[in-house]
Design a protein around this ligand. Structure first.
Ligand SMILES: NC(=O)c1ccc[n+]([C@@H]2O[C@H](COP(=O)([O-])OP(=O)(O)OC[C@H]3O[C@@H](n4cnc5c(N)ncnc54)[C@H](OP(=O)(O)O)[C@@H]3O)[C@@H](O)[C@H]2O)c1
Length: 292
């Protein structure tokens, strides 16, 4: 299986390097800038092409590792006559295979192969890729294409999760929740600590120590990590403290606290089936607020 890359940036170069390290055949690179393509080819001991369709012709699998906004445009430059029986992939988190419009008419299979990991270096990140999570969303014309892609990714020691194309945007939003939005929450906590008298540096140290301890507990947990790591007033069914917190916060911080505490109720119940959460459910439902 010959694997080519259009877009010699961070993801393309890293994936190609991992593939060559695992003995796979990388046909080469095409990129907007011939210099990028030549650098990536040199790094992976492969070839660079000056014509995208020559690279397509020389590949069984073609990854379009270009920025999301360029995927459809680059796809449209591929010669339809050369697409028969090929596998065309992109690595976007938010886009699905639907971006390869009409690909089945050309007899090619489409995949989105998303690294659930940050890749910040063209020449170093490949070392961190093994054992990371990749998601696969597919529109195969033949089942063998899906099987080949799964075995290719498994040969790279990647942990693969298959997802549905129609869920791609929600999936990407969930990834944002687990990474970027956590920072938004920590920023609210920092504001409250500073308002309570902390220095900003002290607040950073305090919230990072608390948050990383929490994540470490979750990582060590044997059962459901989110249930096992849960502590605090919701887990104890302590409606008095939760009511006091709601009273102390104003505006958006109050609403964020209420909504996220509500999300903890099923976890708290799972942790302690005997928990009497009647008061908490009423307090966190927002009804009291709506009735004011
Ligand atoms: N980096 C991450 O952490 C990460 C994680 C998950 C998914 N992804 C996805 O991976 C894909 C690639 O991202 P990246 O981080 O590798 O981006 P990147 O480092 O900016 O690389 C993109 C490459 O594509 C080339 N390119 C741009 N427009 C082109 C065109 N019209 N034709 C040919 N080549 C073109 C660029 O140009 P030059 O030839 O000028 O260098 C560059 O080498 C995106 O879909 C992104 O959403 C990235």
């Amino acid at each position: 299986m010959r694997i080519g890359f259009v877009g010699a940036g961070k993801v393309g170069t890293s994936l190609a390097k991992l593939l060559t390290e695992r003995g796979k055949t990388v046909s080469g690179f095409y990129s907007r800038s011939p210099i990028s393509a030549a650098e990536a080819a040199q790094f992976t001991n492969t070839t660079h092409f000056e014509d995208i369709n020559q690279l397509l012709d020389a590949s069984d699998v073609l990854f379009l590792t270009v920025p999301d906004g360029q995927i459809a445009t680059v796809y449209r430059t591929l010669n339809p006559n050369l697409l028969v029986d090929k596998i065309i992939c992109h690595c976007s988190g938010a886009l699905s295979t639907a971006v390869f419009e009409g690909i089945e008419k050309h007899g090619a299979s489409a995949f989105s192969v998303h690294p659930f990991v940050a890749i910040n270096s063209r020449f170093e990140s490949y070392q961190q890729l093994p054992h990371s999570i990749f998601t696969l969303e597919s529109k195969p014309i033949r089942e063998e294409h899906r099987t080949s892609m799964l075995s290719l990714l498994h040969d790279l020691d990647l942990h693969v999760e298959e997802i549905f194309g129609e869920s791609k945007v929600a999936y990407h939003g969930a990834a944002v929740m687990a990474s970027n939005l956590v920072l938004g929450l920590l920023s609210c906590a920092r504001e409250e600590l500073v308002a309570a008298g902390f220095s900003e540096a002290g607040a950073n140290e305090a919230i990072l120590s608390l948050a990383s301890g929490n994540l470490q507990n979750a990582c060590k947990a044997a059962g459901d990590p989110l249930v096992e790591a849960l502590t605090g007033p919701v887990q104890r069914g302590d409606a008095t403290t939760v009511a006091a917190h709601l009273k102390a916060f104003r505006g958006e911080h109050r609403e964020i606290y209420r909504l996220l505490s509500e999300q903890l109720l099923p976890l708290a119940k799972k942790k302690n089936e005997l928990l009497d959460d009647t008061e908490l459910v009423a307090l966190l439902s927002g009804e009291e607020e709506n009735n004011k």
